[in-house]
Design a protein around this ligand. Structure first.
Ligand SMILES: Nc1ncnc2c1ncn2[C@@H]1O[C@H](COP(=O)(O)OP(=O)(O)OP(=O)(O)O)[C@@H](O)[C@H]1O
Length: 674
């Protein structure tokens, strides 16, 4: 979405922020230790509590369904016991029964069945509703936060991690919500079942008090053992898709450099690790499941053996025995729901922490309330004493820790060092400098994608930090180095959903010299463009991106090497067209071709994050040896037909001596030049 950020207001996300509550009060620094420690249960419960508080009615209704099911289940055992005594045994004794007795039995069983069905349906549907609503709410919140966070934050977080925060982590955080109402209902069921058993026969009830705690303990042991294995499998799943994504994305590099076998091997290694981890989980489960199935049956056996003795002594009747034995078989499954929740809790807490580390990330840009004039003339642009540095930290492992926000000292590399710049409305200025001199960085500051460490950027005299949200993107547009094309039609790629009529779209395409090839596409503006615009050439994609920017009639247009793949003559026509408009925008163009540079009213020459000189192209040729060297090299490269700029001069070692303080002197004297 790099492209989109230049034209879309990032602040227009839907809905309101979810109630984000720090869980466990643990700072991000001790999160890992905390997650591994015994506090997991408490922290997990607090995560679930957030869900219960966010969706209280759905949660209560789901629990009500679970309790209905629990009550009816225990009741069904009593019904069975009652029918044994009143219908079944008398029928065996007499050899026949009455229609009325059968109808009563059928009616009772039907009522019990219906009650259970309603309880299960309520519990399951509402649990799923709650789980998916929470997932959607947090996905939206994470996605909105991504758009609010400044580019500097995105620089430190890989795309794969952002995807996993919005998908896998959100899902993991709310996974235990599915069995939660059942577990709450199970507690209720256990209590009333215990009471029912105690009332029926305290001696047989003793068997339950031995068997069910053993069942619960076995569950906990199993979940403790399988949980790290499942987490590992989850991490390996992410790794497999990461490797696959990289190989497919870099298919061209892989194929052209003959790396197919190596890549296949890399993928195979990951896939095998995932297979082994999943088999390990399966093996564990295959040992545990029979135990969990068998334990209640041993309980039933014990009840029957003990029950026969109790029957023979006349302490209970057959109905009591049937009731207790039946309860045993019914309780086994609900008890397992505790195990499911316990098993999901560690992943849930980790997922929640990672989601919270995004939602709690600092550095969200503050906006003022000033607005820019809705004038057709270009914007007056100024930069004063602008310095900017990139943080050296990179959260590559997706651990969710935000070093900058932890208050840790993070090393930074300064790339802009006291930049001063003034551009009058409607002027076209070429930004020229060796690779790595900070040109692209400066363009991101002019668009307020990041804020300077010190100094000010002003548009029409207003500090960009004082402007209301959406003002910069509403009046200025950046066409970045990398062109992004959405998998959509030509029209939607240009309007990006804004209300812009076809006439304006064609006018923008004409200005970007893209009307010719778009007109030839089958469907014209309705023609679908493949993923990342693979159906277009590089130069065509760049012209489409330019049309997307100019269709909004920005008062400031910044082109960062945006026409590098366009034929020089077409590029010259585009720039001439932009300057010829009645409402000529202010244009800043990062330029690498002499032809482009010569079209500009003025050239700003940068080296090592500083503006070293400015003036017309001819003035700089005499005033700045560095500029002359660079432009001569560009010229030589283009004469030799080299498309790449790699062999061109890099940043020089020591700064070249400042040019004389003439009309095109260094930045300290540039004000006198204006
Ligand atoms: N996201 C980033 N994180 C850290 N350092 C960065 C980042 N982006 C750029 N840099 C560094 O900042 C310096 C300036 O980069 P920038 O892209 O602004 O230069 P440039 O003049 O536009 O170069 P080019 O002509 O090659 O596009 C370079 O040394 C680069 O390594």
């Amino acid at each position: 979405m790099a492209q989109g950020t230049s034209t879309r207001d990032p602040g227009t996300g839907e809905g309101s922020a979810p109630p984000e509550e720090p869980v466990g009060g643990a700072g991000t620094g001790d999160r890992a230790a905390d997650t591994a420690g015994a506090g997991i249960f408490g922290r997990g419960m607090r995560v679930l509590w957030v869900a219960a508080r966010t969706e209280p009615w759905i949660f209560l209704a789901a629990v009500a369904g679970a309790m209905l099911h629990a009550g009816v289940t225990v009741g069904s055992a009593s019904v069975l016991g009652h029918l044994t005594d009143t219908t079944i045994l008398p029928a065996f004794a007499r050899g026949s029964t009455t229609a009325a007795a059968l109808a009563t039995a059928a009616g009772l069983l039907l009522a019990v069945g219906l009650g259970k069905a309603v309880g299960i349906a309520m519990r399951r549907m509402l649990a799923a509703l709650m789980q998916f609503r929470m997932q959607a709410r947090y996905r939206r919140a994470v996605a909105r936060k991504y758009l609010e966070l400044p580019l500097s934050w995105h620089h430190r977080h890989p795309t794969g991690q952002l995807l996993s925060n919005a998908n896998a982590d959100v899902e993991a955080a709310w996974q235990p919500l599915a069995p939660l109402p059942m577990a709450v209902g199970s507690v209720f069921m256990l209590v009333i079942a215990a009471v029912a058993m105690l009332v029926t026969d305290p001696v047989l009830a003793l068997v339950a008090f031995v068997v069910f705690p053993v069942l619960a303990a076995a569950n906990v042991v199993f979940q403790r053992r399988v949980s790290p294995m499942a987490s590992r499998a989850q991490a390996l799943r992410a790794e497999v898709s990461g490797v696959a994504h990289e190989s497919f994305d870099g298919a061209l590099v892989v194929k052209t450099l003959g790396r197919e076998d190596t890549e296949t091997e890399r993928f195979t290694r990951s896939a095998h690790s995932l297979r082994d981890a999943l088999i390990q989980v399966g093996r564990m489960r295959s040992m545990f499941d029979p135990v969990m199935e068998a334990l209640p049956n041993f309980g039933v056996l014990a009840v029957l053996l003990l029950g026969m003795w109790r029957l023979s002594t006349g302490a209970i009747d057959p109905g009591d025995l049937v009731q207790i034995a039946f309860l045993f078989t019914l309780l086994a499954l609900p008890i397992r729901s505790f195990g499911w929740i316990l098993g999901d809790l560690p992943r849930s807490v980790v997922g929640w922490d990672r989601v919270q580390s995004v939602l709690g990330s600092g550095g969200t840009m503050e906006h003022g309330d000033r607005t820019l004039e809705d004038s057709p003339r270009g914007i007056a642009l100024s930069a004063r004493g602008v310095t900017f540095s990139y943080a050296d930290s990179y959260d590559a492992d997706g651990g969710g820790r935000d070093l900058m926000d932890d208050g840790e000292t993070t090393a930074r590399t300064t790339v802009l060092n006291g930049v001063d710049l003034d551009i009058a409305p409607g002027r076209t200025v070429a930004l020229v400098g060796p690779t790595g001199s900070g040109k692209s960085t400066l363009t991101t500051l002019l668009m307020r994608l990041v804020d300077p460490d010190t100094g000010h950027i002003r548009l029409d005299g207003v500090d960009v930090r004082d402007l209301a949200r959406g003002q910069v993107s509403g009046h200025a547009a950046l066409v970045p180095q990398g062109t992004f094309v959405f998998e959509d039609t030509v029209r939607d790629n240009i309007t990006l959903g804004a209300d812009i009529d076809d006439e304006q779209v064609w006018a923008a395409l004409r200005l970007a010299r893209a009307d010719g090839f778009i007109g030839e596409l089958d469907g014209g503006l309705d023609a679908p463009l493949g993923e990342k615009g693979t159906t277009l050439s590089g130069g065509q994609r760049q012209r489409l991106a330019l049309a997307r920017a100019v269709v909004r009639r920005p008062r400031l247009l910044i082109m960062d090497d945006a026409t590098s793949a366009v034929d020089p003559q077409v590029e010259a026509q585009i720039l001439a067209g932009l300057r010829a408009r009645d409402d000529a925008a202010t244009v800043v163009v990062v330029a690498y071709r002499r032809a482009t540079i010569e079209l500009a009213d003025e050239v700003v020459y940068m080296e090592r994050g500083r503006v070293l000189a400015r003036g017309t192209h001819d003035e700089l040729l005499t005033a700045s040896p560095g500029y002359t060297r660079l432009v001569t090299a560009y010229e030589r490269a283009s004469a030799e037909g080299e498309a790449e700029r790699e062999p061109l001069p890099e940043e020089p070692g020591p700064l070249e001596p400042a040019p004389p303080a003439t009309a095109h002197g260094d930045h300290a004297t540039e004000e006198t030049s204006r």
